[in-house]
Design a protein. Structure first.
Length: 50
C-alpha cells in the first residue's frame, strides 16, 4: 500500500482553501475530498501537516 502524493492540481486547491481557512470542519473536508478524489482523512492529514 503506497502513500498517495497530492497532485499539483490538488495542491493548488488545498492551498487556496488553506489561505481562507486553516482548520476546515468535517463537512468542508468531505466536500473537498469528493472534489479532489481524495479521502476525507487524507485531506484532514494534509491540513494537520501544514
Amino acid at each position: 500500500k503506497h502513500r498517495k502524493r497530492t497532485s499539483r492540481s490538488q495542491l493548488k486547491v488545498l492551498e487556496e482553501v488553506y489561505r481562507k481557512d486553516t482548520k476546515p470542519n468535517a463537512a468542508i473536508r468531505k466536500k473537498l475530498a469528493a472534489e479532489l478524489d481524495m479521502l476525507p482523512r487524507a485531506v484532514q492529514v494534509w491540513f494537520q501537516n501544514r
